[in-house]
Ligand binder design. Structure first.
Ligand SMILES: *Cc1c(COP(=O)(O)O)cnc(C)c1O
Length: 394
């Protein structure tokens, strides 16, 4: 059952979350059960044969998890979704399901660190190879395509440089060559960007970030535009065991209901903080898709419904003053992750992207001075006051 509301702020509250059919509970019940009783041997056999609907075993499917999958399918406009234990379980399932031995992948250079590392260090053992390039310049993608390229895996805005890749153009190129286009949409959330509508085949999210939004759960999701692709991804996910737990799903269902409010408020804060930081005498550069100085500002305006709440910047004098600054914050939390209700600040070169070699980091634009701020939902004056006193100490 798919719900189509005019506004996504309605969808986040109601899709998959109607009162429960047994007692009318307004909150989706937690089906904390690993297995489901069959009424008869015949029913059990029919369920296994796929001839009768119903639940069998929680690794395969669970009612609470299905409620979350319905919510996220509706938000991204897909055929169906599979919730995963973590965002990386979503990434790894996509690789495992869609790459054959010796297949080739083209990806965004400034991608979430482990999405790259797992290909280069683990899938490489099965002959898989990958080129990570600046996908914000389309010609770089075309240049490294091979007859064995199976997957174009992009992240836009990218992590942590916030470079924007043209999803429509990638979809056209991928379709012409029979390549599957996967978009990691974690940074935008379904509220600000819908890659499937722009022609992508698969969207993934780390639910750990905006969608859950309270820095208390890890989780992921894979959403496919078409049935055959969904079935393939689901089959591999269930076999390899990266599915989500019902209690985890219930927490994310609670988080998603306030997604629209949180995205709106944190984005509003970022829109104030980005130009304010850019004007600060100690700040050398700021990158935010909403600033006219952003190299792909026009493209961001076209393919996104908002510029999001991630900002990256560097101080005069490189990382040393930056290190002092992130040590001096009091309200912002010095922690990796993003998209929480609280503001988080971190240093990618020594933290989230430390696993990527310095050479690859530099090619991806992840300079040593880069500081990433995920604006939360606090009062903007309090955030400015905190950043001001921290910059004073830099
Ligand atoms: C955090 C993140 C992931 C991985 O998600 P986990 O839940 O930490 O496994 C993947 N992609 C992006 C863009 C992320 O920010």
């Amino acid at each position: 059952m798919k719900h189509h509301f005019e506004n996504q702020e309605t969808t986040v509250i109601h899709a998959g979350q109607e009162p429960d059919s047994l007692y009318g509970g307004v909150s989706v019940p937690i089906y904390q059960s690993s297995t489901f009783a069959f009424a008869s041997a015949e029913q059990g056999a029919a369920r296994f044969a796929g001839k009768e609907k119903g639940f069998i075993y929680t690794r395969i499917a669970n009612p609470t998890v299905r409620a979350l999958e319905e919510s996220l399918t509706t938000l991204e406009g897909g055929f169906d979704a599979s919730a995963t234990a973590t965002g990386m379980a979503a990434v790894s399932t996509v690789y495992a399901a869609l790459l054959d031995k010796d297949a080739h992948v083209v990806g965004t250079a400034s991608i979430y660190g482990p999405s790259r590392t797992v290909l280069e260090n683990e899938f490489s053992r099965f002959g898989v190879s990958a080129d990570f390039v600046d996908t914000s310049d389309f010609r770089n993608i075309e240049k490294c395509l091979r007859p064995t390229t199976r997957l174009l895996f992009i992240e836009t805005p990218s992590n942590p440089t916030l470079a924007i890749t043209d999803i429509k153009a990638c979809a056209r190129l991928a379709r012409d060559r029979g390549i599957t286009l996967v978009v990691d949409n974690t940074f935008s959330s379904p509220l600000l960007q819908n890659p499937l509508a722009l022609g992508a085949d698969v969207v993934i999210h780390s639910l750990t970030k905006f969608i859950n939004g309270h820095s208390d759960v890890v989780g992921g999701v894979i959403i496919a535009r078409e049935e055959a692709l969904h079935q393939r991804l689901r089959k591999v996910l269930v076999l390899m065991g990266g599915t989500m737990d019902p209690h985890q799903a219930w927490l994310v269902l609670r988080g998603v209901r306030t997604l629209a409010l949180r995205v709106e408020k944190s984005q509003k804060n970022a829109a104030v903080l980005a130009p304010w930081l850019a004007a600060h005498p100690k700040v050398r550069w700021v990158n935010y898709p909403g600033l006219e100085s952003h190299p792909q500002h026009a493209l961001a305006k076209e393919q996104m419904k908002g510029f999001g709440s991630l900002i990256c910047f560097g101080l005069h004098g490189g990382y040393e003053p930056g290190r002092k600054m992130i040590n001096a914050v009091r309200l912002c939390t010095l922690a990796v992750s993003l998209g929480g209700i609280e503001s988080l600040i971190q240093h990618p070169a020594s933290m989230t992207h430390a696993g990527v070699s310095k050479e690859h980091r530099e090619m991806a634009g992840i300079t040593d001075d880069l500081i990433r701020l995920s604006a939360g939902c606090e009062g903007v004056e309090d955030l400015q006051e905190d950043l001001r006193q921290a910059l004073d100490k830099a």
